[in-house]
Write a protein that binds this ligand. Structure first.
Ligand code: MG
Length: 259
């Protein structure tokens, strides 16, 4: 008897279903485990560019439509991730990481923004590579723009100051000396997501350090992991989060403009 088209299609569909069931049951090898060094690229090292000299007038106050995240007086705009008050130290118009007390984040959450933040490595900085003057600015709490002392201190280039950590090395090294203030101006475009949780449009970031461009509309591939590949995790607005990496990095004049 000749099979009808419907019978043929039913037969084919049944075959596909049984194939998939078999594939689910089959044992495949697990991915091999990764170590931190597998995502650390040392060459090429970003060229050194001497930024313009910092002057007192070089630290401008916030524009009229900015949200002030630190005005020199207190950390009222900040909290620990668990909601507790930050323990970082506010003194002389500056706040400083108190090592071991953990990261701090803004109470407010943001989408697209322009962020201005000034940071200083202590003059008597100790250590080398990633252990020397390490902190970081996490955009929407997920994507780290590295803060590190790379003045006469080499490290893997995709972990240097101004890197999208372990994803994109900075175009150049525009560090000022320990004890001097560095300025980040960060322009960020938040991602959008498909229903399946992948990026419809990935996050993008532009970073200037001391007026020198380090990241030029760089695509962020996902979370900035110490070990392994970036992860794509669906999220909405998020905070600015500052890292406690055990080094007493100071900050001042922090403001943000929503875009
Ligand atoms: Mg860091």
């Amino acid at each position: 008897m000749r099979k009808t088209v419907l019978q043929v299609l039913t037969f084919l569909c049944a075959g596909v279903v049984s194939f998939n069931v078999n594939a689910q049951d089959k044992k495949y090898p697990e991915p091999e485990s990764m170590s931190p060094g597998m995502s650390e690229w040392w060459k090429p090292q970003p060229p050194i560019v001497t930024p313009g000299t910092a002057t007192d007038a070089g630290s401008t106050t916030a524009p009229s439509d900015a949200i002030i995240l630190f005005d020199g007086k207190n950390l009222d705009q900040w909290q620990k991730p668990n909601g507790d008050a930050p323990e970082w130290i506010v003194k002389n118009g500056v706040f400083t990481v108190k090592p071991g007390t953990g990261e701090i984040r803004t109470k407010q959450e943001f989408g697209d923004f322009q962020l201005h933040i000034e940071w200083r490595i202590p003059e008597n900085v100790q250590g080398e590579s990633q252990g020397r003057g390490n902190s970081g600015v996490f955009l929407q709490g997920k994507y780290e723009i590295q803060i590190l002392d790379n003045y006469n201190n080499e490290t893997y280039s995709n972990g240097q100051a101004g890197s999208v950590y372990k994803q994109s090395r900075p175009l150049v090294n525009a560090m000022r000396k320990p004890g001097e203030w560095n300025v980040y101006d960060i322009i960020y475009e938040a991602p959008t997501f498909k229903k399946d949780g992948t990026y419809r449009t990935p996050p993008r970031v532009t970073v200037l350090q001391n007026g020198v461009i380090l990241q030029n509309n760089t695509i962020i591939k996902g979370t900035t992991e110490y070990i392994g590949f970036p992860k794509v995790i669906p999220h909405g607005n998020g905070p600015i989060l500052l890292q406690d990496h055990g080094n007493p990095i100071s900050f001042r004049n922090v403001w943000i403009r929503e875009l």
